[in-house]
Design a protein around this ligand. Structure first.
Ligand SMILES: Cc1cc2nc3c(=O)[nH]c(=O)nc-3n(C[C@H](O)[C@H](O)[C@H](O)COP(=O)(O)O)c2cc1C
Length: 315
C-alpha cells in the first residue's frame, strides 16, 4: 500500500518536518511512503477553459498549460492514502497549493460523473477509490486566527476525488526554518496523524480518527456562518445547514440528518451528484439566452483600450 504526501511548503521547511514525522509513523506500520515537494515541480495555474471543453478532463496530459500536473495526478491515482500539507500565507493556504488543487483535482477527478452513468475519463484506469487523507496546515503567527482559512482550504482539495479526511492539524506559532523540530506537542500530533492515515489504509475504515470534533459534524472545523436575525447556521466549507440555540450561555448546534441536508454536503457522494445536477440545470437554464448573451458580450470583448500588456522579456 502506498501513502503519498504532497507538500507546498519550503524545501526542508516546517510542513516537510511534520509530513516526514507522519510518514515515518506510517512506514513503521508497513506502509510504503512517498513525498512530493511541490516546490520542485512545475505547476501552472488552471486558466479555466470552459468546463465542458477542458481538454484535460478526458486526457490529463492534454491540458493547455503544460506542466507536471499529469505526473502528480498519476502519483495520486497510484496511491492508497494521501497527506496534503501547506503553509498559511495571508490566512489562506499558499498559491502553490491552489495550483496543485486546481490542476490535479477539480472536475477532471470528480467521481460524480461516473456515479451518474457518465463514462470514466480514460486516464483514471479504474483507480477511483475512497482514499483516507490527513491534512497539515502550518502557520508562523502565535495567534491561531492568523491561520483562519488555511486548514479549511486543504479540505477543498479532497472534495472532488472523494478522499476522506481521517485527521487534520492546524499548526500555528511555527515560523522559522527548523522551528517545527523543537515543538514536541505538534510532532506528536503529526505522528498520530500519520498513524491514523495508515490505520485507515490498513483497515479500510475511513471514519474520523482525529480526536476533538469541531462545531461542524462533517469537516470538524469551527467555521460556522450565522445568518443575522435568524437561528440558521451553515458550514461554508461543507455546505450543510443547521440551527443554533443558546441557553444559559451555552451554545447548541443542531444539524438535521435528512436526505435534503445530506445532499447539500459536498464531501459526500450524494452531495457531489447533487452538485452535478445543479451545474447541468444552470447550463440548461442559460441555453435560451446563449445567443443574446453572445451579442451583449460583444462590446466587452471589443473594449481593449484599457488592457495593459505584460512586459516582453528579451532573452
Ligand atoms: C508570504 C507569506 C505570508 C505568510 N502569512 C502568514 C499568515 O497569514 N499566517 C501565519 O500564521 N503565518 C504566515 N506566514 C508564515 C508561514 O506560514 C510559516 O513561516 C510556515 O512555517 C512556513 O512553512 P514552511 O516552512 O513549510 O514553508 C507567511 C509566510 C509568508 C512567506
Amino acid at each position: 500500500m502506498i501513502l503519498s504526501a504532497f507538500t507546498a511548503g519550503r524545501r526542508n521547511g516546517n510542513c516537510e518536518i511534520y509530513v516526514k514525522e507522519a510518514l515515518m509513523a506510517a512506514e513503521k506500520k508497513g506502509i510504503e511512503v512517498r513525498l512530493y515537494r511541490l516546490t520542485e515541480y512545475n505547476l501552472r495555474p488552471c486558466i479555466a477553459c470552459p468546463v465542458l471543453f477542458c481538454p484535460a478532463s478526458s486526457d490529463i496530459t492534454k491540458c493547455v498549460a503544460k506542466d507536471d500536473a499529469p505526473f502528480l495526478a498519476e502519483a495520486f491515482l497510484d496511491s492508497d492514502g494521501v497527506i496534503f500539507a501547506a503553509p498559511a500565507y495571508s490566512l489562506t493556504a499558499n498559491s502553490l497549493f491552489f495550483a496543485f488543487r486546481d490542476k490535479v483535482f477539480g472536475p477532471k477527478m470528480d467521481i460524480a460523473g461516473p456515479m451518474t452513468g457518465m463514462p470514466e475519463p480514460p486516464f483514471i484506469k479504474g483507480r477511483y477509490k475512497h482514499r483516507p487523507c490527513g491534512l497539515i496546515s502550518v502557520g508562523g503567527c502565535l495567534h491561531e486566527h492568523w491561520t483562519g482559512f488555511s486548514l479549511a482550504e486543504l479540505h477543498t482539495a479532497v472534495m472532488s476525488a472523494q478522499n476522506e479526511v481521517v485527521d487534520h492539524m492546524n499548526v500555528y506559532g511555527i515560523a522559522q526554518i527548523d522551528a517545527a523540530a523543537v515543538n514536541d506537542e505538534w510532532l506528536e500530533k503529526a505522528r498520530k496523524l500519520g498513524s491514523n492515515v495508515a490505520d485507515a489504509m490498513l483497515t479500510g475504515d475511513n471514519s474520523w480518527r482525529g480526536g476533538e470534533r469541531g462545531s461542524c459534524p462533517s469537516c470538524h472545523l469551527d467555521l460556522i456562518q450565522i445568518k443575522p436575525g435568524t437561528d440558521d447556521v451553515m458550514c461554508p466549507l461543507c455546505g450543510i445547514y443547521g440551527k443554533i440555540s443558546v441557553k444559559d450561555g451555552v451554545t447548541t448546534l443542531d444539524w438535521p440528518d435528512t436526505p435534503e441536508c445530506r445532499q447539500e454536503n459536498r464531501f459526500t457522494v450524494e452531495g457531489k451528484v447533487f452538485h452535478l445536477h445543479d451545474i447541468n440545470d444552470c447550463m440548461t437554464a442559460f441555453e435560451p439566452f446563449a445567443e443574446q448573451a453572445k451579442e451583449k458580450a460583444k462590446k466587452y470583448r471589443e473594449y481593449k483600450s484599457c488592457i495593459v500588456a505584460p512586459p516582453r522579456r528579451s532573452e
